[in-house]
Design a protein around this ligand. Structure first.
Ligand code: ARG
Ligand code: ZN
Length: 885
């Protein structure tokens, strides 16, 4: 496939570094096309290394022009070292600690991979995780080499009046001659180089202060483009709430005099937790009622929190190696989820998190890209910032909390912070802290970190009327994943409840009479039976309450039992789950009927009726009712069907059910739509957002009904919208159908927002999800639109990403035109930004589940990618795994 196959890195090959770097002095002379970087590294042999004394010093470095090397001030001659495109090797270095000085030159303007130092709309910025620092200078670019840093930045004053680094500001001033100035920053906390950052540019900011729990004052600033200051207020507010929350919930205090956030436009990911200087994709900072949706406000809040929380879980305690990525990411996602749950509705937050887990991680786990939460091998680490590492990683932390209980969990966290502060740690260190704090054995639980795949839990219930005994039986089915055919049974905490015929909760008692704490059952064997005594009548079981483990539950509940749970379950998550299971079942049936050319069975009307009752219960908050009204996505149905998938049929079934729901529940939905009408000015708080979500969910279903009045309502919703939440929702609905105002709405949106590079992405995305045949031609034309740019990741995600991930029916066209389009974009992007190219290619991850014609077309497209010369390691790794089935 590739003459020079990229190297695989393995966890089992981990060796401690031969050399450590205690301190790094950096001096940058910023220049758009030729930035000079002078580095002085204080190096010593690692006493803990198993390497022999006198071992060569090997540093990582890529895309660098080397200007000079010196040891303790003495320049080396070219014969004293060797440079290739990945390393600098110095065979002989002093036995005593020494200072290595390096001069390198880099070209930020030309850097479209957006790793290392680059420019985004004129702003110099960096992205070093995972291996970007090696594009700045030669260095042992691995997370277990921790150093303090001093960084001097010099630049033209007009070009970059703002100069920011990690840590605390030390000094700034003008250079004696000319138009340049400088700033010096010092970070006293030892850190791995992936947390290094600098920013230089002409930026505006908003400022505030925070008083920590021990009374220290911290200066907070959020830097944005000039004119966007007002849009940074929500991010600042979120930051302060995050800082307070981490003190209250985990006793974690901030540790520098300043905390800076910078929003940049071109960014490969969401955001980055660089010590004291977080850099964000501006999509995750900028928000105002006119320009951002409630979903944007929500993700800003949670990502600002996420990056802030990394200060303890990631920065002060970092990862020993990249295989341990979940140590910081899974844990920090868990922490940001908990923060959002506390700031908003805990039940709704859980529903959103589980929806995301299922749609992204379960899909990944069921296909060729499945890997354990702690992978054992990778070619390109950038490919492992995955839903498995992040979202499933968070679920593993949550399960530890469920197993230990809240108090012991907190004790374990405290011990982890106490023991490992300032270190590069492992999953073993993390688990040991919980074991030692609680006295519990987590060795069986640890399997979760090494075994890929989503377990299926097959459950059944038997009731013995004479003995008044109920019996719950579980079987763990562990599907094979690539390279791992045999799996061991896991330790699965399953929270359950039994509900009596009167709708009352039945107290859970073992045969011994002993109560079952929190209703948590511990499954540890392949099959296991639990008996409950004193059960007065045949109960309906509520299984996996709060989604206590990342598994699929198979339980043959009847439609009537689901309806019962939708009305009576005291666990609100499981009430929603019952509705979701019912909807999924209905849609799967409808797909079957369509395939056979038969009329749909009666299940759909049963489901819609039950949904109407559940939504009508007015003890539920608006945001929760909105979640009930959202039908499972087409991709969800595809995942559940799992083989021989025909996305065309799923699309039709989905439309049918939406229409039936809109028609049957018409007056209820009209009522909700009218009642939830916002009054007063816009507020982004959870309650107001919930009202808007409910209203928009009702609008979606009413639009599916499709009467003239419904068309008028939608047009009105769009043209009279008072905020972006409503405007964007209506635009998506208008653009997805054949509404008479479709073109007019798109034109108006374009004219109104063409100068706003964030808002216009909604316009690209709305057209990318158009489910009709002309979609591809239109999307191709949009790639030539003056506002589109292949080098801007947000634009690529809005147009190509939305098409490939959301537009199930056109991406999966049987003639392969959708696959062909995406594959071509991937190859074009791979020339300059491999990480984004590889991300887009992931859209093919379920190709093996498709029906034969589409499967063949997808395979052809993937083979075309695979045989292209000079693929990046990123794309090579993804495409080879996908074809390796
Ligand atoms: N650590 C960052 C975060 O979780 C993500 C960085 C991703 N970087 C990458 N090269 N994939 O928020
Ligand atoms: Zn993170």
């Amino acid at each position: 496939m590739k003459p020079d196959t990229p190297r695989t890195h393995r966890l089992k090959d981990y060796r401690p570094p031969a050399y450590l770097v205690d301190h790094v002095d950096l001096d940058f002379a910023l220049d758009p096309t030729r930035t000079e970087v002078r580095a002085a590294l204080k190096i010593r042999r690692n006493p803990a290394a198993d390497a022999p004394a006198g071992k060569a010093l090997i540093l990582d470095g890529e895309q660098l022009e080397l200007g000079g090397v010196a040891i303790d001030g003495k320049p080396l001659s070219p014969g004293d070292y060797a440079v290739d495109d990945k390393t600098l090797t110095i065979p002989k270095v002093p036995a005593k600690p020494f200072t290595l000085s390096l001069t390198t030159f880099i070209n930020p303007e030309e850097n479209k991979a957006l790793q290392g130092l680059y420019r985004s709309r004129g702003v110099f910025c960096t992205q070093c995780e995972a291996e970007g620092f090696r594009r700045i200078t030669y260095f042992p670019d691995r997370p277990d080499v921790l150093s303090t840093y001093t960084c001097r930045i010099e630049a033209d004053t007009a070009l970059a009046p703002i100069l920011l680094g990690n840590g605390n500001p030390v000094e700034r001033g003008k250079l004696a001659r000319g138009t340049r100035h400088f700033a010096v920053w010092h970070d006293p906390h030892p850190k791995p180089c992936y947390l290094f950052a600098l920013v230089g540019g002409d930026l505006a900011h908003v400022a505030s202060t925070f008083k920590t729990m021990s009374g220290r004052k911290v200066d907070l600033k959020v830097y944005v483009e000039h004119g966007k200051e007002a849009r940074a207020a929500w991010a600042m507010d979120s930051l302060k709430r995050s800082m307070r929350w981490d003190e209250r919930r985990f006793g974690r205090e901030y540790d520098l005099d300043v905390f800076n956030i910078v929003a940049v436009s071109d960014f490969n990911m969401g955001a980055m937790e660089n010590k004291g200087l977080n850099i964000f994709n501006d999509r995750l900072i900028l928000a105002s009622p006119e320009t951002a949706t409630d979903a944007n406000f929500e993700s800003i809040e949670s990502v600002v929190a996420h990056e802030y929380f990394h200060n303890w879980t990631g920065n002060r305690i970092t990862c020993r190696d990249w295989f341990q990525l979940c140590l910081k990411e899974g844990l920090t996602v868990y922490r940001d989820q908990e923060f959002s749950a506390d700031e908003r509705s805990a039940t709704v937050q859980r529903i959103l998190d589980v929806r995301l887990l299922r749609s992204t991680q379960f899909t990944e786990d069921a296909g060729p890209l499945a890997h354990p939460v702690r992978p054992e091998a990778f070619i390109e680490i950038n490919n492992f910032y995955t839903p498995t590492v992040y979202e499933k990683g968070a679920e593993l932390v949550r399960m530890i909390e469920t197993i230990l209980g809240r108090e012991d969990f907190r004790r374990g966290m405290d011990l982890y912070f106490e023991r490992h502060d300032g270190e590069a740690a492992t999953i073993e260190d993390f688990l040991k802290s919980f074991e030692d704090a609680s006295g519990r054995d987590l060795s069986h639980f640890k399997l979760w970190y090494g075994q890929a795949g989503t377990p299926e839990l097959v459950c059944s219930l038997a009731y013995d009327k004479a003995k008044k005994q109920a019996e719950l039986k579980f079987e763990q089915v562990l599907p094979p994943t690539p390279g791992e055919s045999k799996k061991k049974p896991l330790h699965i905490p399953v929270r359950v409840g039994l509900i009596g015929a009167n709708g009352q909760e039945i107290a859970l008692k073992r045969e011994t009479g002993e109560a079952i704490e929190d209703g948590v059952l511990h499954l540890t064997k392949r099959t296991q039976t639990f008996r409950f005594s004193d059960v007065p009548s045949s109960p309906v079981p509520s299984i996996l309450r709060g989604f206590s483990a990342p598994v699929n539950v198979t339980f043959n509940l009847s439609d009537r039992e689901l309806e019962f749970l939708m009305a009576h379950d005291s666990d609100l998550f499981n009430r929603w789950q019952a509705a979701n299971t019912y909807a999924t079942r209905t849609l799967v049936d409808m797909v079957k009927s369509l395939r056979k050319g038969e009329k749909p069975n009666g299940r759909a009307s049963g489901f819609v009726k039950a949904l109407g009752i559940a939504v009508g219960l007015d003890d539920h908050e608006a945001a929760y009712r909105a979640e009930l009204l959202k039908l499972p996505s087409q991709a969800d149905i595809a995942r559940v069907i799992g083989r021989n998938v025909d996305p065309g049929l799923i699309f039709r079934a989905h439309r049918q059910l939406a229409k039936l729901t809109g028609t049957t529940l018409g007056s209820l939905l009209e009522g909700l739509y009218d009642e939830a009408k916002p009054s007063g000015s816009f507020s982004p708080d959870a309650k107001s957002a919930g009202q808007r979500a409910l209203r928009n969910a009702a609008l979606t279903l009413l639009t599916a009904r499709g009467t003239a009045a419904d068309e008028a309502r939608l047009a009105n919703h769009f043209f009279k919208a008072g905020n972006m939440t409503d405007e964007q929702h209506a635009l998506m609905l208008l653009a997805a159908g054949s509404h008479p105002a479709r073109e007019k709405a798109l034109a108006r949106f374009h004219d109104r927002w063409k100068d706003d590079h964030l808002v216009i992405d909604f316009w690209f995305a709305a057209q990318a999800q158009y489910p009709q045949r002309p979609a591809i031609a239109q999307i191709k034309a949009l790639t030539r639109h003056p506002l589109f740019s292949l080098t801007a990741p947000n634009k690529v995600r809005a147009l190509v990403g939305t098409f490939a991930m959301q537009n199930q029916v056109q991406f999966h066209r049987p003639d392969g035109a959708g696959y062909d389009f995406v594959a071509k974009q991937v190859l074009a992007i791979d020339r300059f930004n491999p990480s984004i190219a590889a991300r887009m290619l992931v859209a093919f991850r379920s190709w093996h589940t498709l029906e034969a014609e589409r499967r063949a077309a997808a395979k052809t497209a993937l083979q075309g990618v695979a045989k292209t010369p000079n693929l990046s390691a990123d794309v090579y790794e993804i495409v080879s795994k996908m074809l390796d089935q």
